[in-house]
Ligand binder design. Structure first.
Ligand code: FES
Length: 163
């Protein structure tokens, strides 16, 4: 027979839930303090709320970059009149990778293709107000994926011109 929950049972389970909430809050606070010591506010903001995540339907160029760390970034661009009108990304990488890819997509939107090709990892690191040494390669990976997307777009254009 199932015993009905008494008031004290309910209080006990409510206080267990409260304790779990407090524990979760403490873990989040500790993690955030750790992040804040390691990453700039710009990186944290970008990582928490990344822009332009996902596949781009009918992309005009797609680029992939694989890091030695085993992380991958895919970038998609849509181009009109030699300008990037949309740029999205997907990654299985770390928080810094997400921040780099997100900031890069926002930075190059509206930029001429040739100009976007000149963006360097250091430019991206400056936009993010710095990255820890061990995560600088995340910026290089994002830039490489973008350049590969632009190269893909350029080679599609050449093929179309020949056809
Ligand atoms: Fe490898 Fe970020 S740790 S790309």
């Amino acid at each position: 027979m199932v015993r009905e929950k008494t008031v004290s049972d309910k209080r006990a389970s409510a206080s267990e839930e409260d304790e779990l909430d407090i524990l979760a809050e403490n873990i989040t606070r500790i993690l955030e303090e750790g992040y804040a010591q390691t990453y700039s506010p710009e990186v944290i903001a970008e990582f928490r709320n990344p822009a332009n995540v996902g596949l781009l339907e009918d992309a005009d160029g797609k680029g992939v970059a694989d890091g030695l760390c085993n992380d991958t970034i895919e970038m998609y661009i849509k181009v009109r009149n030699r300008r990037i009108v949309a740029c999205t990304f997907m990654t299985d990488g770390c928080g810094a990778t997400i921040a780099c890819a997100s900031r890069l997509t926002r930075f190059v939107k509206g930029m001429a293709v040739d100009e976007a090709m000149m963006v360097t990892p250091n430019d991206l690191i400056s936009l993010l107000n710095g990255l820890p040494e061990e995560h600088r390669h995340c910026a290089a990976l994002a830039v490489l994926a973008l350049r590969n997307a632009i190269r893909d777009h350029q080679s599609r254009r050449k093929k179309e011109a020949k056809a």
